[in-house]
Each structure stands twice: as C-alpha cells, then as structure tokens.
Design a protein around this ligand. Structure first.
Ligand SMILES: Nc1ncnc2c1ncn2[C@@H]1O[C@H](COP(=O)(O)OP(=O)(O)O)[C@@H](O)[C@H]1O
Ligand SMILES: [Mg+2]
Length: 357
C-alpha cells in the first residue's frame, strides 16, 4: 500500500514519469522509463508518462503513453513541429494535476540541475537531488574540489581551457606541467558530460592535443587526470543527505581499453558483476565512502558512486551520478537487488523520500 496523506484509492497520487530528453542518453532514458512503468504497480499511485523529445519539446499524453508502452519506438517528427516553441509544448502538455515527478532523464538537461531548477520553481516535488547538488555532481571540476577539501582520495588532476593551447608556447608549458604533475598515460575529459563522450585515454604525448581538442568540443573547461590502474567498482546510494544507505558494490569489467561509450551501450563484452567480489573490509569502506560522498554534495534520493580499486586495495573516488540508468539491467538497481532490495521496493522508497520533502 502506498500510504501517504495525498493519495486515496479514488484519488491516486499522480506521478509524472519524465523521460527521453535532450541528452545523448535519450534512448537509455526511454528504457529506464519503460522499466519503471511496466514493472512497478503501487497501490495509490498512477503513473503519468511525460516524454520529452530530443529537441526538448514536451509531448502529449497519447504519444508519451505509446512510447512508454513500446507501441512506438521513437517520436514521430510531426510532434517536434507541432509547437513552435518549447515553452508552448510545456504549457500544453505538463498536466497541472501532477503531484510528483520522477525524472528518469540522464545527462545534460536532466541530471545537471536544469530540470531540477525548473521543477523547484514550479513547486513540483520530484525524486532525486535538488538543483545545486545535481549541478555540482554533473560538473566533475566542482565535485572534485569538494571531495579534495574533504580528503577523499581521487586521481590527481588539473583543469584547463582553450587558452592553455592557444599557441606553441602554451602547449609546451602544458606538456611540461603534465609530465611533472600527472604523467602519461592520463585521461582527458570534458568537465561536465557523461556516457564517456569526449573522453580519451592518452598514452603518448602526441595524442594529447587531439584529445584536448575533442574534449573542448563538448565543454569549455576540461580535466586532465592521472590514470588509475584498478578495478571499476560502483555502489548505489539511497536516502537523503541527512540519512542514507549504500548497497553492496558491483563491478564493471569493460572488455575494452576503458569503459567508453561503445562499452557502455553497445558492447557485449562488458561484464557487470553484482555483487563485486571484494574483501569484507574493502567492501565496508566503499559503502561508507559512497554515503559520505553523497552527503558531502547534499544529494537526495539516489546516486551511483563510482570508484577505482587498485590491486593494493587503495580506493579512489571517480565520480558520482545523481540520475543513473534505471533499467532492471542497470547497475543502480542490480546492486540493490544484490543487497536484498527489489526494483519495486527501490522505486517505492524513492517516491516516499520525494514526498517527504
Ligand atoms: N583517471 C582514470 N583512470 C582510469 N580510468 C579512467 C579514469 N577516468 C576515467 N576512466 C575511464 O573512463 C570511463 C569514463 O570516465 P568517467 O569519468 O566516469 O566519465 P563519465 O561521466 O562520462 O562516465 C570510466 O568508467 C573509466 O573506464
Ligand atoms: Mg562514469
């Protein structure tokens, strides 16, 4: 029974499932929403599918429902053209009867605080982190600064902009700095994106400039990071910044040079292991660190916290994702399942947390 003051049998809580959206993870978002919609039926809750097109337009109930049930695969072009502005589509298709929103949007315009700010402005409660936490977690440079201040171990890094490669002299200086502070191999990444887009592993100095130019196509601030040789271990967190719990960790074995875009979404060589085989003490440390990182950014609802664990069991924090993939095959929900919390129970807990706010 979904028991709260707002819902009764006659008047269920109307929960908008927001999906699709403007990021490269549009398709993943669609899969996340289909999973929630088809797998979770809670008494006292009515799902209201709310699809957003790749160009940001909000779609009507009929098309949103067809998309979420799989009756259609993608958004017909005419709906992109139906409204001359994005605002017009929101005005027409965001129902005023919505009590709560579960944003199942990943990446920019969904996970980065923009949607959260919009919903907070409209006073619509929603699942997940608020505006500031979402924005900070999305921007690796901001998040790293906070973690650094709290002595959480991370790869060494520095930040740069197009200014740092503007002429030969700057490039020589940059290369010297790299060799002195970080060395090669290193990772070059846009400060804020996701899905490994624009990320390169640089193994020789001659690959540095192309990697920087690629990352600069996606953001005007980029990070150069020390390469951490280690296992990729992740951990799911559920709760709010006052009180949260962490799942048993899981492990990603990419079967590629690193966990790149291809390995994330297309490769069948990627192996997701839940729970990860780890010494009990290391597992405990990872779970504590996951909760601590979640609280340090004042996250709410859910997050997946990603680590590298070296052979000598040194733990490095890589990043925190505030709206991770949410299909039944996604690490976030699988790690909870391995901890004894079903997919349905996770969704129910998230809705309850969002109502509490
Ligand atoms: N410092 C690093 N050392 C080793 N591997 C890294 C490092 N940074 C990133 N990677 C690899 O690149 C992948 C994507 O990087 P990540 O920082 O997680 O970006 P995204 O936000 O796009 O997921 C990681 O999952 C890992 O495989
Ligand atoms: Mg990542």
């Amino acid at each position: 029974m979904f028991d709260n003051k707002n819902s009764t049998e006659e008047k269920p809580l109307q929960v908008g499932l927001l999906f699709g959206g403007r990021s490269a993870e549009h398709e993943v978002s669609l899969m996340s929403a289909r999973s929630v919609y088809s797998r979770v039926a809670l008494k006292g809750v009515r799902w209201v599918p709310l699809a957003i097109s790749q160009s940001g337009k909000w779609l009507n109930q009929e098309v949103s429902t067809k998309l979420i049930t799989g009756e259609i695969d993608r958004i017909p072009q005419k709906f992109e053209e139906e409204h001359n502005s994005l605002l017009a589509s929101v005005k027409k298709n965001l129902p005023s009867t919505i009590d709560l929103i579960f944003p199942l949007l990943h990446g920019p315009y969904g996970e980065d605080g923009k949607m959260q700010g919009f919903l907070q402005t409209l006073s619509i409660p929603f699942v997940g982190s608020k505006t500031a936490a979402s924005a900070v977690a999305m921007d690796k440079s901001f998040a790293k600064n906070i973690f650094e201040r709290h002595n959480i171990r991370q790869a060494k890094y520095f930040l740069l902009t197009a200014e740092d490669i503007k002429d030969k002299e700057s490039i020589v200086k940059l290369e010297e700095r790299l060799v002195k502070e970080i060395d090669i191999p290193c990772f070059v990444k846009p400060a804020s994106l996701g899905s490994s887009i624009g990320i390169s592993k640089v193994k020789e100095l001659k690959e540095l400039l192309p990697a920087i130019r690629l990352a600069l196509e996606y953001d005007d601030r980029i990070l150069i990071e020390e390469f951490i040789a280690g296992r990729e271990i992740e951990c799911s967190v559920l709760g709010d910044w006052q009180e949260c719990e962490a799942s048993k960790p899981g492990e990603i074995i990419p079967g590629h040079e690193f966990y790149d875009y291809e390995a994330k979404y297309f490769s069948n060589k990627t192996n997701l292991v839940t729970p990860a085989q780890l010494p009990a003490k290391i597992e405990q440390q990872i779970r504590e660190l996951a909760c601590r990182s979640f609280r340090l950014l004042y996250c709410d609802g859910l997050a997946r916290v990603d680590f590298f664990v070296q052979e000598n069991n040194e733990i490095y924090l890589n990043e925190i994702n505030t709206l991770p993939g949410f299909t039944e095959k996604s690490m976030y929900t699988r790690m909870w399942e391995a901890t004894g919390l079903s997919y349905e129970a996770v969704v129910e807990k998230l809705l309850k947390l969002a109502i509490k706010d």
